[in-house]
Design a protein around this ligand. Structure first.
Ligand SMILES: [Zn+2]
Length: 627
């Protein structure tokens, strides 16, 4: 072992990486390493993979530092890579994690010849297209990582990106490699802001592909300067390399706008540019999210917006920019660039309004008593994740119809009130018994989120009948379907993929409770909480002593506080599980009697660190926690 620092008395906790294993799976190979008790893997059918400890060490360095753990790699690693850990650790301590312990590795000189190929990380965005077409470097292979910007479960979206990758590769006479990885599901990675981690995560894939790849190109983010919150940097990306892998950070001084000017006239870019992370109606770019709108504004300044069929010629662009709640400090410079580049007219006015209402640049992390400050309010998903639900309600007078429900449904409602306020939605609760006068002036009704679409819960089905009978358009907030309910709603949001079978036209959107902002709770004072429902949705047999958590809390605040008291939670109550996740607890969601919990887990909660079990008994089985 070769510790870079011996300042630790008693020693910090470690994030241990076991020696990677390689196995054949179907057409491809998978390299897996156990990292702090959980498997992380990379898989590809397109290229040979290396069982590289450096790959996992690269991917986990920043997450281990964030967690205050000492990264420990089992087995020898490349001496060059090991030496680079010193300046890398110093850089990330200086930026974010001043008290992070040093990694511990065993260096060994490497004599293997490097691979000969140059690979470019490519997901169809402006920066990678710029490197490919104007970067001045020959590119042999385009590499896309499934599971990084698109979730592994989103097979439709991944298939579309893979198609794009293969087509662009064919047109540019390069090869293409798709690597899949579950890295982002690892709890240490999940707890790390992705914008700090993604450069290392990409470099890790270079190490995995090292049998053939000797040089990995990572395109700069287009800010044109080293933003303190962004982890892919010209000063640190190359240090993730080894004796056999060079990692290059391309065009750090070039802004996104300059890149678009250089490549916006290329038909290949016009046909394939993909900037959007959402998946709306199977479109490559949704045309509504912040990133789509920002790109459209840039194309507008460059005079090429009309050549990009994917952006619908910028229809409704100004209204959509006005509907954005705010932009954060990392993204704000792009908008200032737009104004500086001569954006004019109503578009410039809407950008100025957006910059004015947005937060100031993200502050550097500060310390109190040696500890990094934790955020006072915690969110599982940011407000931008709800743009497709909230955006279309902006500027309309909304009447809210409250479903019949329990404290879990009230948690959804609490999150809704926060999100509506962030988006500036003009809304009020409406009582359908109070006659037409109570609805005067309303443009539409929204029916609250939950799990009661279909005919199973009669009172809510009736409530929707009465909402439709008012003649006002009715929008359904993210819901689960128990059976089909094909009625003339204006829009229906479903909160998990399983419900799309009952409602194929539904728009997939997260349960609003995942967008709740809530203060960090005090530490847990109980170990395990096993809480199971006692109603008709109960799946399987109920262990004798388990109680139903909805009977133990009267308000959403009580519910959140009660969940936070437990270090570990096993429950089939979906929103009790969500409450536990908000508190950062170890949560296992147990199946209910229809697809809801299983599908919620697969669609959103797995990525937020939640475990899943088919039954409470399975969740309690010894050895299960390591799974
Ligand atoms: Zn979009």
């Amino acid at each position: 072992m070769w510790p870079f620092s011996t300042a630790w008395r008693g020693g910090p906790r470690t994030a241990r990486i076991d020696a990677p294993r390689i196995h054949v799976r179907g057409d491809g190979r998978r390299v897996t390493a156990r990292v702090a008790g959980r498997d992380v893997w990379f898989e590809s059918a397109d290229a040979p993979l290396a069982g590289s400890g450096e790959a996992f060490g690269t991917a986990l360095l920043i997450p281990a530092m964030r967690a205050g753990r000492s990264l420990t790699v089992d087995g020898p690693v490349c001496a060059t890579w090991a030496t680079n850990l010193g300046p890398l650790t110093a850089a990330f301590r200086d930026l974010w994690y001043p008290d992070a312990p040093a990694p511990r590795v065993t260096p060994e000189p490497r004599a293997t010849p490097p691979g000969s190929a140059t690979a470019l990380c490519f997901s169809g965005g402006v920066d990678a297209f710029h490197t490919l077409l104007a970067g001045g470097r020959p590119v042999d292979t385009l590499v896309y990582v499934a599971g990084y910007d698109v979730k592994l479960a989103d097979s439709g979206r991944l298939a579309a990106v893979e198609r794009l990758l293969r087509e662009v590769a064919a047109s540019s006479h390069s090869g293409s490699v798709v690597v899949s990885s579950n890295l982002r599901r690892h709890p240490l990675v999940r707890a790390t802001p992705w914008r700090r981690e993604f450069g290392a995560a990409l470099a890790a894939v270079g190490h995995v592909l090292a049998p053939e790849v000797g040089r990995l190109l990572i395109s700069s983010d287009g800010l044109g300067f080293e933003h303190p919150e962004v982890g892919s940097r010209p000063s640190t990306d190359p240090l993730f390399g080894s004796a056999t892998l060079a990692v290059e950070h391309v065009a750090p001084g070039t802004t996104r706008l300059e890149k678009l000017r250089a490549i916006g006239g290329d038909p290949l870019v016009q046909r394939h540019l993909r900037v959007c992370w959402h998946n709306v109606d199977g479109k490559t770019n949704c045309g509504r999210c912040e990133k789509c709108l920002r790109t459209m504004l840039m194309l507008d300044v460059c005079g090429t917006l009309g050549h990009f069929p994917g952006f619908d010629h910028g229809r409704h662009l100004i209204e959509a920019v006005d509907a954005l709640p705010e932009v954060d400090g990392v993204v704000a410079p792009f908008y200032r660039d737009l104004l500086a580049a001569g954006l004019t007219g109503p578009a410039a006015a809407s950008v100025r309004r957006l910059v004015d209402r947005s937060v100031a640049e993200a502050p550097r992390p500060r310390r109190r008593g040696g500890q990094p400050l934790r955020p006072a309010r915690h969110r599982l998903l940011g407000p931008e994740a709800f743009a497709h639900v909230c955006g279309p309600l902006v500027g309309r007078k909304v009447g809210y119809v409250r479903p019949v429900g329990n404290v879990g449904d009230h948690l959804i409602e609490l999150a809704m009130t926060q999100l509506f306020s962030i988006y500036g939605i003009d809304w009020s609760p409406v009582n359908l018994d109070a006659g037409p006068r109570a609805r005067e002036g309303l443009d539409l009704l929204v029916f609250g989120g939950g799990g009661n679409m279909g005919t199973r819960y009669e009172c809510n089905h009736d409530l929707r009948s009465r909402a439709l009978a008012t003649g006002l358009p009715v929008v359904i907030l993210p819901q689960s379907f128990t059976t089909a309910e094909d009625r003339p709603f204006e829009r229906v949001h479903v909160r998990e993929r399983g419900s799309l079978a009952w409602c194929p036209s539904g728009i997939l959107a997260p349960d609003l409770a995942l967008g709740l902002a809530w203060p960090e709770p005090p530490p847990a004072d109980r170990e395990l909480g096993l809480y199971l429902r006692r109603d008709q949705e109960r799946g399987g047999r109920r262990p004798l002593l388990a109680r139903d958590p909805v009977r133990l809390a009267a308000t959403p605040a009580d519910y959140l506080a009660f969940a936070a008291r437990h270090r570990r939670i096993i429950t089939d109550r979906l929103h009790f599980a969500v409450a536990g996740l908000h508190a950062g607890r170890d949560v296992t969601l147990v199946a209910n009697d229809y697809h809801k919990n299983r599908s919620m887990h697969e669609t959103w909660l797995a990525d937020l660190g939640c475990r899943f079990a088919e039954s409470a008994a399975a969740a309690l089985r010894p050895g299960r926690r390591a799974a």
